[in-house]
Design a protein around this ligand. Structure first.
Ligand SMILES: Cc1cc2nc3c(=O)[nH]c(=O)nc-3n(C[C@H](O)[C@H](O)[C@H](O)COP(=O)(O)OP(=O)(O)OC[C@H]3O[C@@H](n4cnc5c(N)ncnc54)[C@H](O)[C@@H]3O)c2cc1C
Length: 409
């Protein structure tokens, strides 16, 4: 049974009341990554003629995160990218190797740059309005949905909801983990980093029966964001993240002298529980609460961009957002298998990911992680990384997903 984020009560109990004319054609609840990305996609389409209201609690959104992602095509937000890498440091049995990313580029956008860029972009469209306040509820209706903001009701013909609500039920056959991390942006007295090569998924840290790895995003030869990431049920104590960071810097990167410039930390819920997209006749979930954070990697930036484009396409072609395509079933199952292994035998992920990077070209790995590889490529790649632990997890997942049918396509 899918998780409805405690939403169904409001949807079912109040929907009959809302039959009035909407104040706005579209309301976007939550002006973070997915809300602003959707608005920016909309104003590049005929939807720019509609009146669009963005409701956001935080009028002063600051530098609350840094988005890393890979892409081989330009994105709407390239003007806000602060650094681009064309090589990857892949760490296998033979130690770190510098690998070309081919047509792909790994990019980062700082939160503040993203919000500033999106707000400036949206300010060019007279039909975009912002309302700053706390969303108290979102209620579905026949002709419009109602968003209550600090006690005031606003009605939208369509409401796209990204404001997070706690999950109502985690007692399901699905996995519920957290991807949590702490990163240090540091400066060293001399050159120690390769500013053209990004490191991701470096497992050279004690796994402690969990999936634990490091990212290194070097912005210059003496400045980098070094981030310790863990997938597990519970977050760690601050001292545990700091100890892992100190150990990685000193013993793996051999960096002993550095100055801390800034710190990033966060925790993102990760689940294979199929989250509802359609929250009502007039309400669609977007962003993290719509499952746009890929469960096995924690990446969301490019999935959100793709989703925004699909929603716009669906609205223009069918007059409704609900015809945007679902995620491919095969990848849902693969994510579920990986999450099961992460939850029960997290230390096995290291071997699987290391094998994947050692035995496959980077272009294929990135297409696989983007859910764009062909069935034959998927099979080859899965075979290259699987072990008995994965086969066992796949069998368990198969009891609540029709695995064989999905594999057959
Ligand atoms: C610190 C951090 C780093 C991350 N790094 C990466 C990365 O490198 N690459 C990647 O692909 N993904 C990353 N992610 C995962 C994912 O991209 C982000 O979580 C992303 O922001 C999700 O988009 P969203 O729109 O669902 O949520 P958000 O961007 O969080 O937007 C939700 C918005 O709703 C607003 N809001 C919440 N409650 C209310 C309310 N009651 N009333 C009004 N407004 C409300 C919030 O202020 C926020 O602006 C990271 C996540 C975090 C937390």
């Amino acid at each position: 049974m899918s998780n409805e984020w405690g939403y169904s009560f409001l949807i079912s109990n109040f929907s009959f009341l809302i039959t009035m004319k909407p104040d706005h054609d579209i309301i976007i609840a939550g002006g973070g990554l997915s809300g602003l990305s959707l608005a920016c996609a909309m104003i590049r389409s005929p939807l720019r003629e509609r009146s669009i209201l963005i409701v956001e609690r935080d009028a002063q959104k600051g530098n609350d995160r840094t988005w890393g992602f890979w892409a081989k095509r330009p994105t709407l937000f390239d003007a806000a990218v602060s650094h681009t890498w064309e090589f990857l440091i892949s760490v296998g049995a033979e130690g770190p190797q510098r690998v070309s990313l081919g047509d792909y580029r790994y990019k980062v956008i700082r939160g503040l740059d993203f919000y500033d860029f999106a707000r400036r972009d949206l300010a060019t469209c007279p039909n975009i309005h912002f309302l700053y306040g706390n969303i108290e509820s979102v209620e579905d209706g026949r002709d419009a949905a109602c968003v209550t903001v600090d006690g005031q009701s606003v009605y939208g013909g369509w409401v796209f909801d990204s404001h997070p609500v706690p999950m109502s039920n985690t007692d399901t056959p699905y996995q519920h983990l957290k991807m949590h991390f702490r990163g240090w942006e540091i400066e060293t007295p001399g050159p120690v980093f390769d500013p053209r090569a990004v490191t991701f998924l470096d497992f050279r840290t004690p796994q402690e029966q969990e999936m634990r790895f490091f990212y290194v995003l070097p912005f210059a030869d003496n400045r980098a964001l070094v981030e310790f990431t863990v997938f597990s049920k519970d977050v760690l104590r601050r001292s545990q993240y700091e100890e892992a960071l100190r150990h990685y810097l000193a013993d793996i990167l051999h960096v002993s002298q550095y100055r801390l410039i800034s710190e990033e930390r966060g925790s993102v819920p990760i689940t294979d529980d199929p989250l509802l997209r359609k929250l009502g006749r007039r309400v669609m979930a977007i962003g993290a609460r719509a499952g746009r954070v890929k469960p096995s990697t924690g990446y969301a930036f490019m999935r959100v961009q793709k989703d925004s484009d699909e929603i716009v396409k669906s609205m223009l072609l069918y007059g409704s957002p609900f015809d945007a395509p679902d995620d491919p079933d095969l990848y849902d199952v693969l994510d579920a298998v990986l999450l099961k292994v992460m939850q029960e035998n997290g230390e096995h992920i290291k071997a699987a990911f290391t094998a994947m990077f050692e035995r496959n070209p980077i272009d294929l790995i990135l297409r696989f992680l983007d859910e764009e590889a062909t069935p034959a490529e998927n099979l080859g790649l899965i075979t290259s990384m699987s072990s008995s632990v994965f086969v066992k997890a796949a069998m368990q997942v198969a009891t609540h997903e029709n695995l064989l049918d999905i594999m057959k396509g």
